[in-house]
Design a protein around this ligand. Structure first.
Ligand SMILES: Cc1ncc(COP(=O)(O)O)c(C=O)c1O
Length: 380
């Protein structure tokens, strides 16, 4: 079984230090040279391992940053209020249902901290995005990790059983679509369970990749938060909005839960650059469409190659794809790294499969060529 190496743990490892030294910055979208900030192009490894949006900073965000940075000697209160107002209007909710996070990771932390109680446990799928586990352990909660089904689906029935078996409070972390599989949760079953929230059962629903979902059956749980005080939905600007380095996330919940989470937040957790860039990206009507299109083009290229090679892949509802590599995943990842491409990382219960972040179509062509060479060598 592989260790479930979270990004945080990966970044602390010596392998990561070597990889980051080589990686440098991502190249930017075409036309970026006319914009205030052009990403440094790099001859280093192609980073297809952290589910970032390789199109680079949205042009509207670049313009907003250039305009706002001279005022960065001021505290960010106004920029933060403007972002939150824009988000409230975007989701058609009240401002008191929203909370800002230094990335959605901070939303997960605030939620765990606000929901924790003596004798509480955290129940989560395995594998999934791992940081709620870290926060729960730091808080002294017991953590129960429920393996995905053999079809890599989140096993809601088994998670419910883990909740029922516990005498104290349960905090449930769910990720929809799940990372690393990209699979959506069963919509009806999910909504039914979320409705069962109580003082003894709270839910953290992570929708980091919601904007990438293609399946029309997907319904965000944001609409449930107004009437359900035991549910928070976490969202981020790190994925489709391409602002991972600026650390902007937000939570949507009932005002009573928002208040409890706010008590756990670091004071002034927002920064001016993140706020103005996020507001501009949110209000850019083309960005999401353009990013989804690029992601679909990238996906089509990779799917064609995987099909040609007879390697299976799960349905993709995100900017990453979970696919078969046949051999040992760690060895495959190392060979890709040796070929200058960083892919996936270790996830429990999934040897022989790998998570591939979808970069730009030109980047994915390079990946596909390398994968075909691996087949010629008998490696996949
Ligand atoms: C499912 C999921 N949630 C949250 C995050 C953290 O995102 P942020 O950059 O907003 O902290 C990630 C990052 O990869 C993720 O995959």
């Amino acid at each position: 079984m592989q260790a479930n190496l979270s990004r945080r743990h990966f970044l602390g490892s010596s392998a990561a230090l070597g990889a980051l030294a080589l990686t440098g910055c991502q190249s930017n979208a075409s036309g970026a040279a006319e914009l205030p900030f052009s990403a440094t192009d790099s001859n280093g490894p192609l980073a297809l391992n952290f589910n970032e949006n390789s199109l680079g900073l949205p042009p509207a965000s670049q313009q907003a940053l250039a305009k706002a940075l001279p005022n960065a000697f001021r505290y960010p209160d106004q920029a933060k209020s403007e972002l939150m107002a824009s988000l409230a209007s975007h989701h058609q909710i009240n401002a008191d249902q929203l909370i800002y996070g230094n990335g959605s990771s901070e939303i997960l932390k605030m939620a765990v901290d606000a929901m924790a109680a003596p004798g509480a446990q955290l129940v989560m799928p395995d594998p999934t995005y791992g940081v709620a586990e870290d926060y729960a352990l730091a808080r002294g909660l017991k953590v129960v990790k429920v393996p995905l089904t053999s079809a890599f689906e989140t096993d809601i029935a088994a998670m419910k059983a883990a909740v029922a078996a516990h005498p104290g409070k349960s905090v449930v972390y769910l990720c929809n679509p799940n990372n690393p599989t990209g699979l959506m949760l069963p919509q009806g079953e999910l909504a039914n369970w979320l409705a069962q929230g109580s003082d003894a059962l709270s839910f953290i629903l992570d929708e980091a990749y919601a904007e990438y979902v293609n399946d029309p059956a997907f319904v965000s749980a944001i609409g449930l938060t107004q009437t359900n005080p035991h549910l928070v939905v976490a969202r981020t600007f790190s994925k489709i909005y391409a602002l991972a380095g600026l650390r902007v996330g937000y939570g949507v919940a009932h005002p009573s839960l928002i208040k409890a989470m706010a008590a756990q937040a670091s004071i002034d957790n927002a920064n001016l650059a993140g706020c103005v860039a996020a507001k501009a990206a949110l209000e850019d009507e083309h960005w999401v469409t353009q990013s989804r299109r690029s992601n679909q083009d990238a996906l089509a290229l990779v799917m064609a190659t995987l099909e040609e090679l007879g390697l299976k892949a799960l349905p993709c509802n995100a900017n990453f794809l979970f696919h078969q590599v046949k051999g040992d995943t760690a060895q495959y990842q190392q060979r890709m790294a040796d070929a200058g491409i960083l892919v996936g990382r270790a996830f429990n219960h999934s040897n022989g499969w790998n998570r591939l972040s979808l970069g730009r179509p030109d980047e994915m062509k390079r990946f596909c060529q390398t994968l075909i060479q691996f087949r010629q060598k008998g490696w996949v």
